[in-house]
Design a protein around this ligand. Structure first.
Ligand code: CO
Length: 135
């Protein structure tokens, strides 16, 4: 049976990256590890790692992406919780067999080779959940 290993990151959708960094980096003092454009998700992402986990700030870079629509509808705030699993394909088929509503039936791959997939909030008590498999 596939296992959840740990919380990998928490993602927060922001309207203004500089303003968000003035809290998360400057006031809280979490070091900014990287800021990059993720064209596949039409967003800019800031990575603020902590031991064993990470805060990610996500700002949409177009008006038409899923994340831009989310921001327009709900305003800034928590976007998703990411759990690292040992076997993402196995976990997705396990969840499917349990009747869990998935957004991605098959894992996608990030630019740096991590596999990921999202689970619909309808099945998770309202939180968008991302699964990650790192290796
Ligand atoms: Co994420």
């Amino acid at each position: 049976m596939p296992k959840v290993k740990q919380v990998n990151h928490v993602a927060i959708v922001v309207e203004d990256m500089d303003k968000a960094l003035s809290f998360w980096r400057d006031a809280l003092g979490i070091e900014l590890h990287g800021l990059r454009d993720v064209p596949a998700e039409k967003s800019q992402v800031a990575f603020l790692p902590l031991p064993g986990s990470e805060v990610e700030l996500v700002q949409p870079t177009t008006e038409d992406s899923g994340i831009a629509k989310y921001l327009a509808k709900r305003g800034p705030g928590m976007h998703h919780l990411c759990l690292e699993v040992d076997d993402i394909a196995g976990m997705l088929s396990h969840l499917k067999s349990k009747g869990v509503r998935l957004i991605n039936d098959e894992p996608r791959t990030t630019a740096d080779g991590k596999k990921y997939a999202f689970i619909h909030p309808e099945s998770t008590s309202g939180v968008l959940v991302e699964l990650y498999q790192i290796s």
